[in-house]
Design a protein around this ligand. Structure first.
Ligand code: FAD
Length: 420
């Protein structure tokens, strides 16, 4: 499957100067296609020249206009250095060839990322990492900073959007970025980076590929000895950041929480608190991103199940968005809360995430055993223990040792944990 970030990454390299020809069907002749200067042929196909670094953008534009890309071919260069589009529509040419040759013809000239499906882990080679390092961060701008905790809720959690204009920073759903807070630490050294899971899709909340969003809880605790209230350095800095302020960004980092590219996969998401951040990105990619038109290469048809642990209703981060998605896609998205201070578990105690997992264990276990199911855990450190216990009890009913089974899932890249 084509990966837009790989295209962007290669834009400044020799490979990045390549030009491709898209064969597009389904475009209606109208003002826009006329302006684009692409005549629609009798066959119904339009051929478009697209530089490597604009492939993703063009794909989205084509999808928005109702078009479908049926073939991508590298533009060959003749002896004079001029681009030469394939004389015959590649598909027709390929159809004439013998089966083996046909396969070769179909693959010829496609970007590497369009090759045959590989195991999920092998695909991670295309993931952008450390584009900006701590010694040379990108200085972004805060575009907005909004409270996510409702009236009467506990603490402060903010949704922040940063402007990445002018940077090379790109990222995938499930990655994190680093933030360097201003000032110095107790030793007088510059503050170190803190990591934050990205809460937006690769296209950003504004769908222009120029922003990144975070979901940040202000760390606040009582000092164990003095009893004084202590506020975290970086989270406090971010939670109080004003629109227009500069922010030092590094990364992206992380390959643990990437979504499988298979649009038919089942995705189980177990979150506590700000652990919702990567899952918001997944859900936007699966269901939103301009109602999927931005992702012609990822039309989600699988089943996504989010179990979200929070202390009380006002702390359900992104509540409205989540419930809207559930109402709109009831067959593909299930939303289950574990609201510890308001709901009771089977024993009459508080309903924590592990209790909800225990309650739903039969169904979860059935799902987990399907080879196309990926499970993701994100949020508070330590939440994995109770989840393991609940699933171990269920697996034991079929005579399976959970720890062995889980090991195999990890090896297969189907079990993903990011807790902090
Ligand atoms: P600091 O000033 O660095 O203080 C933290 C220190 O305070 C701790 O090291 C500990 O010594 C002490 N401390 C903390 N709690 C207590 C306590 N109860 N009692 C005593 N001492 C305590 N955070 C988010 O809000 N959203 C995210 O999406 C997110 N994603 C993350 C992803 C990853 C991969 C990782 C590793 C972390 C993530 N974090 C996230 C956490 C984030 O990186 C910071 O650790 C957090 O914001 C606190 O940083 P700070 O600078 O505010 O706190």
């Amino acid at each position: 499957m084509y990966n837009s970030n790989a295209a962007d990454a290669a834009a400044n390299t020799e490979a990045g100067s390549r030009v491709f020809v898209y064969e597009v069907v389904g475009l209606r002749q109208n003002e826009t296609t006329d302006q684009m200067g692409y005549p629609i042929r009798q066959s119904g196909s339009v051929y478009m020249r697209v530089p490597y670094n604009r492939m993703n953008q063009e794909m989205r534009r084509i999808a928005r206009m109702g078009g479908k890309i049926v073939n991508i071919q590298l533009l060959t260069v003749d002896g004079n250095g001029n681009g030469k589009a394939p004389a015959v529509a590649p598909k027709q040419e390929a159809a004439k060839a013998a089966p083996q040759e046909q396969k070769k013809a179909e693959n010829k000239g496609k970007p590497m990322t369009q090759a045959q499906p590989k195991p999920e882990k092998a695909k991670h080679a295309d993931v952008p990492v450390n584009i900006y390092r701590p010694n040379a961060p990108f200085i972004g701008k805060c575009l907005s900073n909004e409270e996510l905790v409702g009236e009467g809720g506990i603490g402060t959690v903010r949704h922040l959007i940063f402007d990445l204009s002018g940077s090379d920073l790109r990222y995938l759903e499930g990655q994190s970025i680093g933030i360097i807070p201003p000032g110095t630490d107790k030793k007088g050294k510059p503050e170190k980076i803190r990591l934050y899971s990205i809460a937006s899709t690769r296209h950003g909340d504004k769908m222009d590929d120029k922003t990144v969003s975070l979901c940040v809880r202000q760390l606040e605790y009582k000092h164990p000895e003095t009893g004084e209230t202590v506020y975290g350095v970086c989270s406090t800095h971010l939670c109080h950041l004003e629109a227009g302020a500069d922010v030092k960004i590094t990364g992206p980092v992380g390959k643990e929480m990437l979504l499988p590219e298979d649009p038919n996969a089942n995705i189980i998401m177990l979150a506590t608190g700000t652990g919702i951040a990567p899952f918001r990105a997944y859900l936007w990619r699966m269901f939103k991103d301009e109602e999927k038109a931005a992702n012609p290469d990822y039309q989600f048809k699988g089943f996504a199940w989010l179990i979200f642990g929070i202390p009380q209703t006002p702390n359900i981060l992104y509540k409205q968005e989540l419930e809207e998605l559930q109402a709109k896609y009831p067959d593909n998205f299930r939303l289950t809360y574990a609201i510890s201070r308001e709901q009771k578990n089977a024993q009459g105690g508080k309903m924590y995430i592990q209790d909800r997992v225990a309650e739903q264990a039969a169904e979860l276990w059935k799902l987990i055993q399907q080879e196309n199911t990926h499970t993701y855990i994100c949020g508070l450190k330590g939440m994995e223990g109770g989840i393991d216990e609940a699933l171990a009890a269920e697996a034991a009913k079929s005579g399976i040792k959970w720890s062995d089974y889980q090991k195999e899932m990890k090896k297969a890249g189907r079990w993903h944990v990011e807790t902090y």
